[in-house]
Design a binder for this molecule. Structure first.
Ligand code: HEM
Ligand SMILES: *[C@@H]1O[C@H](CO)[C@@H](O)[C@H](O)[C@H]1NC(C)=O
Ligand SMILES: *[C@@H]1O[C@H](CO)[C@@H](O)[C@H](O)[C@H]1NC(C)=O
Ligand SMILES: *[C@@H]1O[C@H](CO)[C@@H](O)[C@H](O)[C@H]1NC(C)=O
Ligand SMILES: *[C@@H]1O[C@H](CO)[C@@H](O)[C@H](O)[C@H]1NC(C)=O
Ligand SMILES: *[C@@H]1O[C@H](CO)[C@@H](O)[C@H](O)[C@H]1NC(C)=O
Length: 322
């Protein structure tokens, strides 16, 4: 018995509908007709904001990572808390994901230029690319067409990897989002820009373990420098901390060079050197910035595919569902 052509066709369509890879939904030319000025509007907003506040690039890059790791890249990180729900923004590691106003500003301009067209999730993804390029890093074409989420829960920030994770835990955390060991090491290179508060690394500086006061994987002189920046006791400012690498506003491969000399700030950074699965990648990038840039662009595209929503709404306001 032969199937009719029409039935076979319907079956093929049905199979595609079930197993359609999420990447298939996204497209580099998604707004070419509906909002041709979208990327220019976002770039200009991000560029101007960076001129006024040099902390903006690192914050927007981190925002993209957090957004994608919690509920997929759906701009849930921008939603405000309500009377009955505490949102991601107000969840535990809320110490440095700020600069929401930049995305809000870009989105407001986009609503004027092309109402209800460009999703907040796409604005975050494009802004993350722009801050990397503006800081001297690579450029890549951002795939677009993400829809926005309507749910944001503070307790889900617990699913973000903490800076105390070892390599096995990091690999698992990234694998759960379809990201490889290499993606993990490459995206950790995002720590080539930005700042950390003392609370994120001071467990490495004293009382590290039963046997060692200071984390033995940390360069001793570097540990002393960090200790001075993070005096114990209550009389340190709430902004006490350190830059993540010595060229903290430049996107380069210095992060990997510092790891080679024991100067990674987080345990999770330094651990990449202590495991054969990741060590070779650190060494490669430390001596080949071009390779790092090429792979970073590729891994950011993969990060931007995590848990993408193909159906749903384009939020009008960044802070509320429609
Ligand atoms: C591999 C697992 C990761 C861990 C454990 C981790 C952890 C952290 C921690 C603890 C901070 C400092 C927060 C603070 O004290 O203010 C931080 C900052 C930062 N992270 Fe990560 N991160 C990871 C991956 C990533 C990825 C994949 C990116 C982007 C591609 C990224 C980009 C950043 C940036 C740019 C900052 C600086 C933020 C600022 O200056 O405000 N991180 N990260
Ligand atoms: C540039 O950024 C500053 C600071 O965020 C803001 O006050 C100003 O309105 C912006 N200008 C434009 C043209 O976007
Ligand atoms: C961070 O989150 C905690 C717990 O949700 C909250 O109590 C605190 O006010 C927040 N801190 C800042 C600076 O927003
Ligand atoms: C987070 O809280 C929601 C209710 O607000 C609950 O349904 C969910 O199970 C919690 N998730 C985790 C990971 O604790
Ligand atoms: C990583 O940490 C987990 C949980 O603490 C532990 O079970 C595991 O043995 C550690 N793995 C390595 C390679 O240190
Ligand atoms: C180190 O840990 C021990 C026992 O856990 C504690 O008694 C001591 O006060 C700690 N020292 C510092 C400097 O935090």
């Amino acid at each position: 018995m032969a199937f009719s052509k029409g039935l076979v066709f319907a079956m093929v369509i049905a199979i595609f509908a079930i197993v359609k890879p999420s990447e298939g939904a996204l497209n580099a030319h998604y707004y070419d007709r509906s909002c041709p000025a979208a990327e220019k509007i976002i770039l200009e907003t991000v560029r101007n904001a960076t001129l006024y506040d040099p902390k903006v690039p690192a914050r927007l890059l981190r925002m993209f990572f957090h957004d994608c790791f919690i509920r997929g890249c759906d701009a849930s990180i921008l939603l405000d808390s309500t009377r009955s729900n505490q949102a991601e923004k107000d969840g535990p590691p809320n110490i440095s994901v700020r600069s929401f106003y930049v995305i809000e500003d870009a989105k407001r301009k986009l609503e004027k230029a092309c109402p209800r067209t460009v999703s907040c999730a796409d604005v975050i993804a494009i802004a993350a690319r722009d801050v990397v390029t503006l800081s001297g890093g690579p450029y890549w074409s951002v795939l677009k067409g993400r829809k926005d989420g309507t749910v944001s829960r503070a307790n889900e920030t617990r699913n973000l990897p903490p800076p105390t994770f070892n390599v096995s835990q990091l690999i698992q955390s990234f694998a759960a989002r379809g990201l490889s060991v290499k993606d993990m090491v490459t995206l950790s290179g995002g720590h080539t820009i930005g700042f950390s508060h003392c609370s994120s690394f001071e467990s490495r500086l004293q009382n590290f373990s039963k046997f060692q006061d200071i984390d033995p994987s940390m360069n001793y002189a570097f540990a002393q420098t960090l200790k001075k920046k993070c005096p114990r006791s209550s009389n340190r400012g709430k902004n006490a901390g350190t830059v993540l690498d010595s060229t903290a506003s430049v996107f380069d491969n210095v992060y990997y060079k510092l790891i080679l000399s024991g100067k990674g700030v987080f345990g999770s950074d330094q651990a990449l050197l202590g495991d054969s699965r990741t060590k070779w990648i650190v060494e490669t990038y430390a001596q080949d910035q071009k390779a790092f840039f090429r792979e970073f662009a590729a891994s950011m595209v993969k990060l931007g595919n995590v848990g993408v929503k193909e159906t749903g709404q384009v939020r009008i306001y960044t802070r509320f569902a429609n």
